[in-house]
Design a protein around this ligand. Structure first.
Ligand code: AMP
Ligand code: MG
Length: 411
């Protein structure tokens, strides 16, 4: 059962998250995708290596392969062939012999060390080695990166570039990933005008969907855009019904704050079980969560900064859970406040900030301009959130604060 909508006062963020996440189970369906299409998708099963990497002992240098024990005397060794990457030497290295070898080429049978060419003197078919080496020198051992049968990547991992390279390195061409989450976007408000059209009196440009669309794409979701919906019951009912039957999750912005809540609430109540919360988060506060007749639903506040921040803090974890992604802790640093920061106790603040290091290496942070929930430039030009706990008051200059860098976030 979803947490009570009668929760008195403000709902701390962790409780809102707990209430949402405890209700959601990951999607079950998966699909097989070629590696190049699997970026940013979540692995649906563990990946086991079918081979060892590297597949054979090979050289880490351009140089010569020989028996390390043959370098104890000062005698030059006889050059008997070449081992190239992709074209191994097929003979065997025996007493007093060496083979020219290139980086990545297989170490010939009989050889047990490689010396880089800078440490040799070559005179026709004779190679003199300037100093002795130990066995195994400059050899990359078979299986030193990955053993055959080893777990390469774990189910629930969101695939980044390095993961795709790793999968390719064990010869895997396709991976099983969780199917894309279908997310419907609805922007509500009579005043909203699409960019590119003239503004009517009292109108503003609709901007929330653009950031939401971008962040959803980054999470590998399939977005269905239901556009701008007027604040009237038949239009809203139609839009929510359409979205409900086509999507796993429907996200709306606007219409959940006190003035409008009853309006959207009536329609959502007809369709399912939605909780209208006042979450203790600033910017943010009004936030709705629940289930329509089929799809999950998150109702974001309309103010652009509030919609953005509540998406990052409250909806991203929902999407991660739906995709079965392994939970990762948010990354925080501690910085010193470069100015005094105004903060009223009662809600957790996500102030938009700029952090920087001084010459001594100390990390500083200051709020980035006006912090109003409609001031989107405060986010667009910030590089972190200054995260101030719910019960915290004003921050004095020099005090330590938690910051959440934006470059580690879905943004
Ligand atoms: P609401 O949550 O509907 O009361 O909206 C709060 C404020 O956010 C109002 O000033 C709206 O005009 C504005 N707003 C709502 N939705 C959007 C949107 N999609 N894009 C830009 N501003 C919006
Ligand atoms: Mg509105």
């Amino acid at each position: 059962m979803i947490a009570s909508c009668d929760t008195p006062g403000l709902l701390p963020i962790f409780q809102a998250l707990k209430a949402m996440l405890s209700n959601i189970s990951p999607l079950k369906d998966s699909q097989s995708l070629p590696l190049l299409e699997a970026y940013s998708r979540v692995l649906a099963s563990d990946v086991i290596s079918p081979i060892q990497v590297p597949p054979a002992d090979n050289s880490a240098m351009d140089g010569y392969a020989m028996r390390a024990e043959d370098l104890t005397s000062n005698e030059p060794l006889e050059l008997i062939g070449v081992s190239m990457a992709g074209t191994p030497f097929t003979g065997e290295v025996t007493l007093g012999q060496c083979v020219r070898i290139m980086t990545g080429a297989i170490v010939p049978k009989g050889a047990n060390a490689v010396v880089m060419q800078e440490n040799t003197q070559v005179d026709k078919q004779l190679v003199r080695f300037l100093e002795p080496v130990s066995k195994g020198n400059s050899i990359r051992r078979a299986g030193e990166d990955i053993e055959c049968g080893e777990l390469v990547l774990q189910k629930g991992l969101r695939l980044q570039g390095a993961h795709l390279s790793l999968l390719a390195s064990v010869g895997i061409a396709e991976v099983e990933v969780v199917r894309p989450i279908t997310v419907g976007l609805i922007a509500t408000g009579d005043e909203l005008t699409p960019p590119g059209q003239p503004l009517a009196p009292g109108g503003i440009y609709e901007s929330n969907r653009y950031a939401l669309h971008a962040m959803l794409s980054r999470l590998g979701a399939r977005v269905i855009d239901f556009g701008i919906v007027k604040d009237d019951k038949p239009s809203l009912r139609q839009a929510f019904k359409n979205a409900d039957c086509q999507c796993d999750l429907v996200i709306s912005s606007g219409g959940v704050s006190v003035g409008d809540a009853d309006f959207v609430k009536d329609i959502l109540d007809e369709m399912g079980q939605i909780n209208f919360w006042k979450v203790a988060i600033k910017p943010g506060k009004p936030f709705a969560f629940g289930k329509l007749s089929k799809a999950w639903f998150c109702g974001l506040p309309g103010n652009p900064v509030s919609s953005y921040v509540t998406f990052q803090q409250l909806v991203v974890p929902v999407l991660q859970k739906l995709a079965g992604e392994q939970a990762t802790e948010a990354e925080y640093f501690v910085a010193q406040a470069a100015t005094a920061i105004h903060k009223r106790p009662g809600r957790a603040d996500y102030q938009r900030g700029i952090y920087y290091r001084d010459e001594a290496g100390t990390l500083w942070v200051k709020p980035n301009g006006k912090q109003g929930s409609g001031i989107m430039s405060s986010i667009a030009h910030a590089n972190c959130y200054i995260v101030l706990a719910q019960d915290h008051g004003d921050i004095a200059m020099g005090q330590h604060v938690k910051i959440q860098p934006m470059n580690g976030m879905v943004s």
